[in-house]
Design a protein around this ligand. Structure first.
Ligand code: B4P
Length: 196
């Protein structure tokens, strides 16, 4: 199964991808996590990505495409994977098609988490608060000001992917405003139908 989770920042892509890993037996490929790891390790990619991510903007397509391309060649991805936060631009979508086509593969399904994006800032601020209370590091992009920029980037660059995948008959939608458990159940239900 090769699956994409799509939705605005805070929609729950990462949360749901983690839950699907065990159920589907395939890895989660989170470009956000990969980029944060690169920033922490102070690699060349991390140095380029740091300020961009902290400003709530999207890291360049070339950088992100390269890290995904390398990752999907790994042995654990040969049975499938969950793309979490990737693709985020039409150029990235074309790129993942090309990566898969080169292997004679294609995407199975794109799950759009449909949410009231105005409410998502509340989730982001809650995560920041919880991290602070636990003495853990707070993500630099988890604040109201940067969230506004993340949302602007989403509408400008990522939202066009909804029509793109709809036209390819790959898109299914799930109500992302439900509880975390209920969203997981809904995703499982649409996957069962979409891949039957
Ligand atoms: P990401 O790490 O992908 O972060 P996100 O889109 O903001 O979060 P997500 O939707 O996964 O929400 P989550 O489950 O965490 O991106 C961060 C940055 O990395 C981007 O801004 C960009 O700079 C860069 N980047 C990443 N990928 C890129 C790409 N492909 N191209 C270019 N740049 C890229 O949930 C958020 C919170 O909500 C959590 O606290 C969670 O517990 C809570 N929550 C989730 N579901 C809930 C529910 N149903 N009810 C209540 N709370 C819920």
């Amino acid at each position: 199964m090769r699956l994409i989770l799509l939705g605005p920042p805070g929609a729950g892509k990462g949360t749901q991808a983690q839950r699907l890993v065990d159920k589907l037996g395939i890895p989660q490929l989170s470009t956000g996590d990969m980029l944060r790891a690169a920033v922490k390790a102070q690699t060349e990619v991390g140095r380029k990505a740091k300020a961009v991510m902290e400003a709530g903007e999207l890291v360049s397509d070339d950088i992100v495409n390269a890290i995904v391309s390398e990752r999907i060649d790994a042995a654990d991805c040969q049975r499938g994977f969950i793309l979490d936060g990737y693709p985020r631009t039409l150029q990235q979508a074309d790129s993942v098609n090309a990566m898969l086509a080169a292997k004679g593969l294609s995407l199975d399904v794109v799950v759009e988490l449909v949410v009231d994006d105005k409410a998502m800032v509340g989730r982001i601020l809650k995560r920041a608060e919880e991290a602070r209370a636990a003495g853990e590091p707070v993500r630099k992009d988890d604040n109201a000001e940067v969230y506004d920029e993340r949302l602007r980037e989403y509408y400008k660059k990522t939202a066009p992917l909804i029509g793109y995948y709809y036209a390819k008959d790959k898109l299914v939608t799930v109500d992302g405003m439900q509880s975390i458990d209920a969203v997981t159940k809904s995703i499982e239900a649409v996957l069962a139908t979409a891949t039957a």
